[in-house]
Design a protein. Structure first.
Length: 580
């Protein structure tokens, strides 16, 4: 899982190197702040003679850059030579702090820009890879996936994982480096005080882990219930027509409200845990601050730390809080990232069963042959097709006739190689279709499906459907043969008319004509009409059947139908009612 989550960092190698350089610069600048602040207080205290006693380690500490009890001797010598008056030294420290803070701002801003840019690149890459994998899934496997879960994965999980691959990694590295530097300051300034504070911090840390334990469980539950909610919403919205036709508004609201109740219950628990944890942490932080101040005063009283050292110590302690919290929250962030990574990896790990062959194919010379083909769906194990054999001849109209459930659509899926037979073989000119390059093979076909499927685009875009190289004559010919011109000419925007999602702005007959135009425009080798005539009136049906008869001169045509009238025009009929 770690390899999967952080494997995407290879795509942002240059950004990562720049980020590490900026982290190094920020660490250096942040390490200067306590030195300068403590040094300025040291000078003020010495000038005002407030430090009446000296610590036992003054001489040695003045040589240690990380000891905040006294200003480093080398820095003091430089300041003494260059800056004579007390006022000059104070002005120097003020200007130095101002320059350092401005530099930290610009470095921090640059680092955030790098993180955002790199994260967006990874976000785009994760989404792109996920969508490619989804599109490449086998037909049956895709049907077993919940659309809402996929939408949630593309939105929420992809974003969370991109944060893990970039933001989480870079910020955690930065936090660890800063924590180490600040901790070195604390140890060198007063090791025994730091030891006592470590004991308190350990208690603080383990208490945080205890509080976050339940939050980890709710984080995954929150993601899962949100995905389930999206899936249910998608299910009802895509079947909106059925809801209206069956007056199922109350039922739909009841199901959706139940899903909302479950989701909101988890979210409410999640928010309560976060609020409780934040308030308890504030209480602990307050107690920790009081103990720290009391201990610092005690060590000052015991002359184990100087006044300027105590001020510097408290300042560094405040600086170390942010990286400490970042490190403490890392397990929870990682849990969420891991959960999102698992959701994305579920799709990535699905094995493709419909494997493309290597053999090229451009045309059919003789026929398509089903040889002892059996097929069943895993959900039932009942054989939809049992030891069926037949031939589909080139440039003939072959009708596949049968009642609902007889396997007509299954044969269409087998011919298009959306699924493979459980037993038997499908041959083209004596060659198993599994040997052919899948893209080449499917390019031989066009289909007019039983359901008139359109995308939310213009009529022209729906007919072309991403195919290039279509001439103006071919386009016009397809419009004429499908009789699309009869209603397109009456539309205000003509071919540029938007059809709406799933073609809701058009009638059923209009949608079907567009589907027919889309099928014949590329002049495919084989045309499949899967119950394509079912929504046409008698006049339109007769004209379409005449068109189909004319098309057989240049196409092999397969008509899937339960209508006796449609099947009559076929040269060969495969009657599944008697075959199965």
């Amino acid at each position: 899982m770690l390899k999967f989550i952080f494997g995407y960092t290879k795509f942002i190698k240059n950004y990562f190197i720049i980020a590490l350089i900026l982290i190094g610069t920020l660490t250096f600048l942040n390490s200067l702040k306590p030195i300068i602040l403590s040094g300025s207080f040291n000078i003020i205290i010495n000038e005002l003679n407030l430090e009446t006693t000296k610590t036992n380690e003054n001489t040695e500490s003045s040589k240690n850059l990380f000891d905040l009890n006294n200003l480093n001797s080398e820095i003091k010598n430089i300041l003494t030579k260059k800056l004579i008056s007390f006022e000059d030294k104070i002005i120097f420290f003020i200007i130095a702090l101002l320059v350092i803070n401005i530099s930290i701002y610009f470095n921090g801003y640059s680092l955030e820009k790098i993180i955002v840019t790199a994260r967006q690149l990874i976000f785009k890459k994760i989404r792109s890879d996920y969508l490619k994998k989804v599109i490449s899934l086998d037909f049956l496997i895709f049907g077993n996936q919940k659309i809402g879960d996929m939408i949630s994965a593309i939105g929420n999980d992809s974003r969370a994982m991109s944060q893990g691959a970039v933001s989480f990694l870079i910020r955690t590295i930065s936090a660890v480096v800063l924590f180490i530097i600040f901790f070195i300051f604390l140890i060198n300034t007063q090791i025994y005080l730091t030891f006592f504070l470590l004991i308190i911090l350990s208690f603080h840390y383990f208490l945080n882990l205890f509080l976050k334990k339940k939050q980890k469980k709710l984080t995954k539950a929150n993601l899962d219930t949100t995905a389930s909610l999206f899936s249910t919403i998608n299910q009802f919205l895509t079947n909106f027509r059925i809801i209206k036709c069956f007056s199922a508004e109350n039922y739909s609201n009841e199901v959706l409200n139940n899903e909302l109740e479950i989701t909101h219950d988890v979210e409410r628990k999640y928010e309560k845990i976060i609020v409780r944890e934040n308030e308890i942490r504030k209480l602990i932080d307050g107690i920790f601050e009081i103990i720290t101040i009391v201990l610092c005063l005690y060590f000052v009283y015991q002359q184990r730390i100087s006044i300027s050292g105590a001020i510097g110590y408290l300042y560094v302690l405040r600086l170390i809080v942010a990286p400490a919290k970042q490190i403490a929250s890392a397990p929870l962030w990682f849990e969420r990232i891991k959960s999102s990574g698992e959701n994305l990896k579920k799709i990535k790990d699905i094995e493709i069963e419909i494997i493309s062959g290597a053999k090229k194919i451009e045309t059919i010379k003789n026929n398509i042959n089903f040889k002892n083909v059996c097929f069943y769906y895993e959900s039932s194990k009942r054989k939809v097709l049992d030891n069926i054999s037949f031939n589909i001849k080139k440039n003939k109209i072959t009708g596949i006739y049968g009642i609902s459930g007889s396997g007509k659509s299954t044969i269409t899926d087998l011919i298009l190689r959306l699924i493979d037979p459980k037993e038997g073989r499908i041959l083209i000119d004596g060659i198993d279709i599994k040997n052919f390059d899948l893209k080449d093979y499917r390019s031989l076909f066009s289909i007019v499906p039983q359901e008139n499927i359109l995308i939310d685009a213009s009529i022209k875009e729906n007919i072309l459907f991403g195919r290039n190289g279509i001439t103006e004559d071919n386009f016009k010919d397809a419009l004429i043969k499908s009789r699309c011109l009869e209603f397109i000419d009456d539309l205000k925007d003509g071919l540029n008319t938007k059809v709406g999602e799933r073609g809701t702005k058009l009638s059923g007959g209009q949608k079907q004509r567009i589907c027919i135009a889309r099928a014949i425009i590329s002049k495919p080798e084989i045309l499949i009409f899967d119950e394509a005539t079912s929504n046409l009136d008698q006049e339109n049906l007769n004209e379409l059947l005449d068109t189909i008869i004319k098309l057989k001169l240049n196409h092999t045509i397969i008509i899937i139908s339960h209508s006796n009238e449609t099947i009559k025009i076929c040269d060969d009929i495969i009657d599944l009612n008697t075959t199965i």
